[in-house]
Design a protein around this ligand. Structure first.
Ligand code: E4P
Length: 218
């Protein structure tokens, strides 16, 4: 499963990219606003930091203007992935852009039928929002299970990019189901490595090692 960072914070992205475990980045207008940075400038910096896809979202709601915005965004770098909302105009834009060889992430997916449409429009990625789904009394992971089943039934190549992840259990369930990508806030990515027994184990080994009086580096 690929790991994307769901953020526009350069320091976090640089730190995670240095681990060699980061496969891409997703941004959205809210994350850009939170960063306080210029959209074009910060997107250019992110694209230079990671080799994988970097989602940059259009803000127009009509197809012709979405195409104009996408044309500006895709010139930023070869790894820009245009993010469009799951609307008829977004799907039209998806179809046109992927037809021209541009990566597209269809975002704000909340139903399996919407995901089916995104795949039919040739989306590179579809982004079902599990956290927001849970918040509204639905089962976010059930949505991922349905999309996996439907995509496998028809061998759709669209990758399931699980979004709006809030905690490590969302990541675990996504991996169990066979989602292709999980995009997570940096804090969730960092939390995946933590286990109290790992910390305790290191502490015990180091205490016993100290008793031997040995060193590995001479
Ligand atoms: C995905 O691409 C979105 O940027 C993101 O996952 C939304 O998450 P939120 O529901 O925590 O805002």
């Amino acid at each position: 499963m690929k790991f994307f960072a769901d953020t526009a914070e350069i320091a976090d992205i640089a730190e995670l990219a240095a681990t060699g475990l980061l496969d891409g980045v997703t941004t959205n207008p809210s994350l850009i606003a939170k960063s306080g940075r210029d959209f074009m400038e910060v997107t250019r910096e992110i694209c230079a930091l990671v080799d994988g896809p970097v989602s940059a979202e259009v803000v127009a709601l009509d197809h012709p203007t979405m195409m104009k915005e996408a044309d500006i965004l895709r010139k930023i770098a070869d790894n820009v992935c245009i993010k469009v909302p799951l609307t008829i105009d977004g799907l039209k834009t998806c179809k046109a852009l992927t037809g021209e060889g541009t990566m597209v992430n269809v975002t704000l997916c909340f139903s399996a039928n919407q995901a089916l449409l995104a795949a039919k429009a040739g989306a590179t990625f579809v982004s079902p929002f599990v956290g927001r789904h849970d918040d509204n009394g639905f089962d976010g992971m059930e949505l991922i299970r349905d999309i996996r089943l439907i995509y496998d039934n028809y061998s759709f190549a669209t990758e399931i990019l699980v979004a709006s992840i809030r905690h490590p259990v969302h990541v675990l369930e996504s991996a169990r189901i066979g989602a292709d990508v999980a995009t997570m806030p940096p804090a969730v990515i960092r939390s995946l490595v933590k286990h109290v027994l790992t910390d305790k184990g290191i502490e015990g080994f180091l205490a016993d090692w100290a008793k031997t009086g040995q060193t590995i580096l001479k």
